[in-house]
Write a protein of this length. Structure first.
Length: 253
């Protein structure tokens, strides 16, 4: 049997029974049936079925059955559906904060972007530079040979290693003095690392330097806080800084 003849026969049967086929279908099959009917009515197949039906049933008195369709409109999910979908996502465990950690976090969040600490001046002399050269085995003449530096260096004197300047951040920010700690309520400070470091201008021998601190962000972690801070080493009498670093530390309570 041809598909057209089959559909025509089914249409004749439906025209003699005043019910809708979709009423006997399950909800899932009903959606497919309605979609099929809608596509058939809007396609060449639908018009072909109508033409064959009219040509072969000129004496029929029954009017053609109008198949009702229900088109589901796209709707926004309800609040219950949103909640149900959200509950499927794994929830992050809530961090129980130490009272002192929570207090410090609130205080630091009120000072974001502001200078919260300025350290004392420290002299970077040739003896310190030579000691750092011995430890790192970096004895380049620009650091350790004052006579040659005076004659050949554009700075006319020796300069500190960039890493020496960077290593002074701990003492310049009062992070290693037990009598003058920057975060006294914390039991321990751990250096996690640096996001970025720049040396805009070299520190010359016998320059005095000091560091200032700005808090960029404070994040609660297990048993403490993670703090991102901007540290700037100022050179006395020089407009450009000797070092600018974005440091990440963790305070344990």
């Amino acid at each position: 049997m041809k598909v057209v003849d089959f559909l025509k026969q089914k249409r004749d049967v439906l025209s003699q029974h005043p019910f809708e086929l979709k009423d006997f279908l399950s909800p899932s099959l009903r959606d497919y049936w309605l979609e099929l009917v809608e596509k058939a009515n809007n396609s060449h197949l639908g018009s072909l079925i109508n033409q064959n039906s009219t040509a072969s049933n000129d004496d029929a008195v029954d009017a053609p059955v109008e198949v009702k369709t229900e088109v589901k409109s796209a709707t926004k999910p309800t609040s219950e559906e949103v909640v149900a979908e959200t509950e499927k996502e794994p929830k992050k465990p809530k961090i129980e904060m130490h009272p002192e950690a929570e207090k410090l976090m609130n205080e630091l969040n009120e000072t974001l972007g502001e200078v919260i600490h300025v350290g004392k001046w420290l002299t970077v002399d040739q003896e310190r530079i030579n000691a750092f050269a011995d430890v790192t085995e970096d004895h380049q003449w620009i650091h350790t040979d004052p006579e040659r530096a005076a004659a050949e260096s554009p700075f006319k004197t020796t300069i500190a290693h960039g890493f020496l300047t960077l290593s002074l951040l701990s003492v310049l920010t009062d992070s290693v003095d037990p009598e003058n700690q920057k975060f006294p309520t914390a039991k321990m400070t751990v250096n996690v690392g640096l996001n970025k470091v720049r040396f805009p201008y070299p520190v010359k021998s016998d320059n005095r330097v000091r560091a200032s601190t700005k808090i960029q962000s404070v994040t609660p972690i297990k048993r403490g806080l993670e703090i991102v801070q901007e540290l700037t080493i100022e050179i006395e009498g020089v407009r450009r800084p000797g070092c600018v670093a974005e440091s990440v530390i963790r305070l344990m309570f």
